[in-house]
Design a protein around this ligand. Structure first.
Ligand code: COA
Length: 260
């Protein structure tokens, strides 16, 4: 599969997607979003891929948002399609069944911040900056920012970011729980790969069920979420991986999970 605006390589069961429009700070035009859609569909179906890392090309930007050249001429009907199309792709990333780690190497603004929010985990370089500047353009975030940011950092802090459009630096993003780690820029990829590798060394069915439990549980009342957790727990107790994981612990050896 060939891409104009993405670089894609897989090593050690980790697929690395790099949004590659550095001259436009990796802004998401329609063509790039379509390529992301294609890439994530193929990675979801690829048994050789256990985790995905998403980053931006160059040193300046992760993704500086939706492409404002395209945004500028949207009619109301086109605006709705634009938002729904982006949301659909981000939903697919969020429910890929495999962890997607954002290695945020610079500006993550607007749609770029929203892409990061739809990832399983966000690791930021110390130079990263996050923001939802849409209100400054006379619009609101349309790829899930008004929904995922408050769920992640709380309503008050999210509303401050959404209503002012101001950026926060990596340290502040870490303080409010928008990213789980901040690392020196030169270590970003290695540290993100190490994190993906740690997840990949665990029981693959368990990782998948854990993603599912957290994702769906967040939309449920506590009682239903707990029942869902118990059902997935029970399912895993019937897996070969569970027998192997517990046996390996008791025999003081490394588990050899097979994803069954
Ligand atoms: N859409 C389209 N082009 C974008 C873009 C976007 N979201 N963000 C950056 N670019 C382009 C710039 O137009 C410029 O292109 P040019 O060289 O052809 O003029 C190039 O990327 C470099 O950006 P520039 O603004 O010169 O860099 P800077 O270091 O001065 O500023 C930012 C960096 C990120 C602060 C600034 O580019 C910015 O505010 N971008 C828009 C962010 C935004 O509002 N995103 C939400 C969109 S909904």
């Amino acid at each position: 599969m060939t891409y104009q605006n993405l670089l894609l390589e897989t090593r050690d069961r980790i697929a690395r997607i790099t949004v590659n429009r550095p001259e436009k700070l990796n802004a998401l035009n329609r063509a790039t979003l379509e390529e992301m859609d294609r890439a994530f569909r193929s990675l979801a179906a690829d048994p050789a891929v256990g985790a995905v890392i998403l980053t931006g090309s160059g040193t300046k930007a992760f993704i500086a948002g939706a492409d404002i050249n395209e945004l500028a001429s949207l009619t109301a009907a086109e605006g709705r399609d634009f938002a729904l199309f982006g949301q659909e792709i981000l939903n697919r990333m969020e429910t890929l069944g495999k962890p997607v780690l954002a290695a945020v190497n610079g500006y993550a603004l607007g749609g770029g911040c929203e892409v990061a929010l739809a990832c399983t985990l966000r690791i930021a370089s110390a130079a990263a900056k996050f923001g939802l500047p849409e209100v400054g353009l006379g619009i609101i975030p349309g790829y899930g920012g008004t929904q995922r940011l408050p769920r992640l950092v709380g309503r008050g802090r999210a509303q401050e970011m959404i209503l002012t459009g101001e950026m926060v630096d990596a340290a502040e993003a870490h303080r409010i729980g928008l990213v789980s780690q901040v690392v020196p820029a030169e270590e970003l990829m290695a540290r993100t790969e190490a994190l993906a590798g740690a997840i990949l060394s665990r029981g693959p069915l368990a990782v998948r069920c854990a993603l599912d439990a957290v994702h769906h549980g967040l939309d449920m009342p506590l009682g239903e979420g707990l029942a869902y957790e118990a059902a997935l727990f029970s399912l895993l107790c019937a897996s070969e991986d569970m027998k192997e994981g517990t046996k390996a612990f008791l025999e003081k050896r490394k588990a050899g999970f097979r994803g069954r």
